[in-house]
Design a protein around this ligand. Structure first.
Ligand code: NAI
Length: 338
């Protein structure tokens, strides 16, 4: 293939396909909650992803407009909007990846667990429909509290007889994105080179960034590591407070969600060595679900990686997060079975 200089190229650099178009399979992605604060920019970013051939945008209302708008962008995927429960089945049918940012976000002073009463029910009903209409899809759970909504999804799928632990993911990518940004700023290294695993869960102290494993290496003082850890754990709250009642992270979350969905699609397509952190069913700790580095493949999770060497500070963090994460997981399981 001829490579035209980027200035003259009809396709901007970002959107250039990694392979010839023949080798890119058809992939349908559904976004549930697509008219929301996260859903809209996420719909935009998924429309820009050349691995997507069909993009289904579902919400209780407002999706015809989002779909009409995003659908005018001259990239590969066909876009369709679905509004209201009676169209949910159609939205889901044939999906390879389902991304769920449906539900209410935090307001100042709220914890993610305060969202449980509303979001647990939303997630339960959406997952019931996923089990019926696209039981083989990879599910990317964004709706909070992720520490409980992922166990809820697992229970719903188990009851429906469709549960495949390799296909259910809590999206913790925003914690990784934040850890990378904050670390690069403190260590004064180029942000695009930074790698930081973030493990545990997705709320407060259950978010455990492993800065001792960060690359490029930087000799940061213990106080700096503590401050970076706290800022990563409170990153969501930083945004909630700055937005002062107008919601939580939406743009950075859409970016993180698009990154994680892209990794899932690459894995499905057989791209080797796709590794991201995610909150998945796990046996690397005593807890049934845990976030750690995960290798993505043609069937979803191909390998869940061990935590690796940790500093004493991180070991302490791990010990103190276990009880909270355990109770959030149990809360989700209990809700799904009541
Ligand atoms: P939002 O309120 O702006 O949008 C939520 C959308 O979900 C709305 O359009 C609403 O109509 C829709 N929705 C409600 N019930 C639904 C149902 N039964 N089916 C389909 N759609 C439904 O909220 P935002 O800011 O987009 O946040 C969404 C969720 O994402 C929240 O639970 C929030 O806590 C979570 N979140 C997760 C993050 C993570 O790192 N995993 C980061 C930031 C937010």
């Amino acid at each position: 293939r001829s490579r035209s200089p980027s200035a003259a190229s009809p396709r901007p650099h970002l959107l250039r396909r990694p392979y010839s178009s023949e080798s890119v399979p058809e992939r349908k992605v559904a976004v549930l909650g697509a008219a929301g604060g996260i859903g809209q920019p996420l719909a935009l970013l998924m429309k820009l992803n050349p691995l997507v051939s069909q993009l289904a945008l579902y919400d209780i209302a407002g999706t015809p407009g989002v779909a009409a708008d995003v659908g005018h962008i001259n990239t590969r995927s066909e876009v369709a909007g679905y509004a209201g429960e009676e169209q949910l089945g159609q939205a889901l049918e044939g999906s390879d990846v389902v991304i769920i940012p449906a539900g209410v976000p935090r307001k100042p002073g709220m914890t993610r667990d305060d969202l449980f009463n509303i979001n647990a029910g939303i997630v339960k009903s959406l997952c019931t429909a996923i089990a019926k209409y696209c039981p083989n899809a990879l599910v990317n759970m964004i709706s909070n509290p992720v520490n409980s909504t992922v166990p809820i999804a697992a229970e719903v799928f188990k009851k429906a007889g469709t549960y495949d632990e390799k296909k259910l993911f809590g999206v913790t990518t925003l914690d990784v994105v934040r850890a990378k940004t904050f670390y690069a700023g403190k260590a004064k290294v180029p942000v695009e080179d930074v790698i930081v695993p973030v493990v545990g869960g997705h709320a407060g102290i259950t978010i455990l960034p492993l800065f001792s494993q960060a690359v490029p290496k930087a000799n940061l003082a213990d106080e700096d590591i503590k401050a970076l850890t706290k800022r990563t754990q409170d990153g969501g709250t930083e945004v909630v407070e700055a937005k002062a009642g107008k919601g939580s992270a939406t743009l950075s979350m859409a970016y993180a969600g698009a990154l994680f969905a892209d990794a899932c699609l690459k894995g499905l397509n057989g791209v080797p060595d796709v590794v991201e952190c995610s909150f998945v069913q796990s046996s690397i700790t005593e807890l049934p679900f845990f976030a750690s580095k995960v290798k993505l493949g043609k069937n979803g999770v191909e390998e869940v990686f061990e935590l690796g060497p940790m500093s004493d500070y991180e070991k302490q963090g791990l010990e103190s997060l276990i009880p909270e994460l355990k109770s959030s997981i149990e809360k989700g399981i209990k809700f799904a079975n009541q």
